[in-house]
Design a binder for this molecule. Structure first.
Ligand code: CP
Ligand code: NVA
Length: 303
């Protein structure tokens, strides 16, 4: 359990203390990765991992994470499951809970994850939906915390598509209070569902990427075409062109800014190669931190 929650579905569901608690536990797992005592914390536990979309980091970090804690992961491609042939989410869940101890799911509709979580008594972890990507932002917060030793008094600039990753950053800023500026063109802006109800003074939405980048501690971006959005790719790329994080935009940020990207990246689109491969970029430390963050979530929910 994390607080009263059996599941990890959205940062919106957690308090600031619960989120920072997970970040600190993840840091602890990182520090003690080689220690024997951490290797049996989830001994014998089984995690089912349903994927309806591709993944490198999420799959490998969960699978190695559960293994390093003494348990095992079972990769379940949606195409190979009867789920892919129309078996319902809840029937799938009821069957899986007879075999395994927790389910991680990456899928399209956020409502499917909520339905699964309601149906089963075991923990459900959101490994990305079209709506949000909480596991990613947990790893991102760990990366920021390692560098700055705080999650307050920071300006995060999210520049680009107002997608699932942007939504989870917004939830994190709502809970933790750091300053977040989200810059996107109107056609790729964050959903009204979020902007209409977001009255937090620390969060700004703008169409001006320079406003977001100015004095930022963190420059963050994500792909312009998320999984499932391939049909409108050409228009999105055109609309997002002025939002590329490049040397010009980065020159407005703090001198010691950090560049982050959840990956996979497209050099020449959302970020120029000199920035993502440059000295301010922490993308691989950030990717490694997925492992430690995943361990914290699994330990809290499955122990
Ligand atoms: N950032 C992230 O979730 O990567 P994958 O799509 O490779 O899992
Ligand atoms: N916004 C991206 C994130 C990938 C990790 C997507 O949904 O494809």
């Amino acid at each position: 359990m994390i607080g009263e929650k059996k599941d990890f579905i959205s940062l919106e569901d957690f308090t600031a203390a619960e989120i920072t608690g997970l970040v600190k536990l993840a840091a602890d797992f990182k520090k003690h990765r080689q220690q024997k005592k951490t290797r049996s914390l989830l001994a014998g536990k089984k995690l089912g991992m349903i994927f309806a979309k591709n993944s490198t980091r999420t799959r490998v970090s969960f699978e190695t994470g559960i293994y390093e804690l003494g348990g095992m992961g079972i990769f379940l491609s949606q195409n190979d499951l009867q789920l892919g042939r129309g078996e319902t989410v809840s029937d799938t869940g009821h069957v899986l809970e007879r075999y395994i101890d927790a389910i991680m799911i990456r899928t399209h509709a956020h409502s499917d994850v909520l339905e699964l979580a309601r149906a089963v008594s075991i923990p459900v972890i959101n490994g990305l939906t079209d709506w949000c990507h909480p596991c990613q932002i947990l790893a991102d917060l760990l990366t920021v915390w390692e560098q700055r030793k705080t999650l307050k008094n920071l300006k995060v600039a999210y520049i680009g598509d107002g997608n699932n990753v942007a939504n989870s950053w917004i939830y994190a800023a709502q809970k933790l209070g750091f300053s977040l500026c989200v810059a996107s063109p109107a056609s790729c802006a964050v959903s009204d569902k979020i902007t209409d109800s977001c009255h937090n003074k620390n969060i700004r939405f703008t169409e001006d990427p320079e406003e977001a980048a100015r004095d930022a501690d963190i420059l963050y971006t994500d792909v312009w075409v998320s999984m499932g959005q391939e049909a409108g790719a050409e228009e999105r790329i055109k609309a997002l062109e002025p939002y590329q994080i490049n040397a010009g935009l980065a020159s407005l940020a703090k001198k010691d800014y950090i560049f982050l990207h959840c990956l996979p990246a497209h050099r020449g689109q959302e970020v120029s190669a000199d920035i993502i491969d440059g000295p301010h970029s922490l993308i691989f430390a950030q990717a490694e931190n997925r492992l430690h963050a995943q361990k914290a979530v699994m330990y809290r929910l499955m122990k």
